[in-house]
Design a protein around this ligand. Structure first.
Ligand SMILES: NC(=O)c1ccc[n+]([C@@H]2O[C@H](COP(=O)([O-])OP(=O)(O)OC[C@H]3O[C@@H](n4cnc5c(N)ncnc54)[C@H](OP(=O)(O)O)[C@@H]3O)[C@@H](O)[C@H]2O)c1
Length: 289
């Protein structure tokens, strides 16, 4: 597997150099990843074997993407140099147990299962398994995602680089220490849900003031998108960008006053803290079962 830097194909596409990718659990996330990897030419379709629980879903994926797809995990991982686990968290242990014998000892395992630690996977497999943990979020499905990547104790720099390359087909990536994964889960993985609530609430404000709902939702969502892009593109502190909008004795300061009185900041801070604490609890549950 060529990992350090991608190889350029004659067609100008990028090939991550994966010989056989076993994509285990091609559901919402798995299919999103599959379609991004194929569209960005990081992995050719004839190098992919995907698995799901139900044969009709496998047939659908095989037909749609021109890949091999089935329900047999042992067959899928046999000979694979890269195994991408997109199963529900509670299914990961059973899967590892099922394929332990077929797994190449030098295979790289990348798991996107929430609350499943690299150490749990390493422990299940025994030996110096190369494991990387990834935590994407739902906007990854339209390639606007945020994926945090953490390395297991035997993963190499090249493994981390390959993981970043693969997930960059779905948006931004960042490499983080695994001890921060619970906080990341509470912020960027759960975050889209908080943002939808904010979009919906701003839109309700517009509706209250007489705007048609569709227009109100468009104004609200594009405002969040544009404001976020400004933070990312300028690198400015959000408070400074807020001050630019806030004319003395203008309208915005009145709106901000309401937000302060309603405790928006503290509520959002607490939301992240609570979700991160729950993520930590789920990790403990996974480890104790
Ligand atoms: N969705 C996201 O954006 C997102 C973001 C961050 C993390 N994650 C993590 O990604 C994982 C998957 O989430 P999801 O939303 O994609 O769930 P999902 O849509 O339910 O996908 C799970 C897939 O696993 C398949 N499956 C079930 N048992 C299997 C088995 N024994 N062997 C092989 N495949 C099996 C299912 O097959 P059938 O389709 O045939 O039932 C389904 O396609 C979770 O651990 C979640 O925490 C997801």
């Amino acid at each position: 597997m060529k990992t350090k830097s991608e190889r350029h194909t004659p067609a100008g596409g990028r090939d991550a150099g994966v010989q056989k990718l076993a994509l285990i659990g091609a559901g919402k996330l798995g299919e999103g990843l599959l379609s991004s990897l194929l569209a960005s030419q990081l992995v050719p379709a004839d190098h992919v074997v995907a698995t799901v629980a139900h044969q009709p879903r496998a047939d659908h994926l095989a037909q749609k993407y021109g890949i091999e797809a089935g329900t047999n995990n042992q067959r899928a991982v046999a000979g694979a140099d890269l195994v991408l686990i997109c199963l529900k968290p509670q299914q990961v242990k059973g899967f590892l147990h099922e394929v332990k014998k077929q797994l190449r000892h030098d295979a790289l395992l990348i798991s996107a299962a929430a609350s499943v630690t690299t150490s749990l996977i390493e422990k299940e497999l025994g030996g110096p398994a190369r494991v990387v943990r990834a935590m994407p979020n739902t906007p990854s499905l339209i390639r606007q995602g945020m994926t945090a990547i953490a390395r297991g104790q035997h993963a190499t720099d090249a493994d981390v680089a390959l993981s970043e390359l693969l997930f960059s087909s779905m948006g931004r990536t960042v490499v983080a220490d695994e001890k921060h994964m619970d906080a990341i889960t509470g912020l960027s993985a759960s975050g889209p849900a908080y943002v939808y609530m904010i979009i919906e609430s701003l839109a309700e404000g517009g509706v209250k003031m007489g705007l048609p709902r569709e227009l109100s939702t468009l104004l609200s969502a594009q405002t969040l998108l544009g404001a976020s892009a400004l933070v990312l593109e300028t690198g400015e502190h959000p408070a400074k960008l807020k001050d630019v909008v806030t004319t003395p004795a203008g309208c915005t300061i009145d709106g901000l006053l309401e937000l302060e009185e309603g405790g928006l900041r503290v509520t959002l801070i607490k939301a992240v803290v609570r979700a991160a604490e729950r993520a930590r609890q789920l990790v403990q549950d996974q480890n104790s079962h």
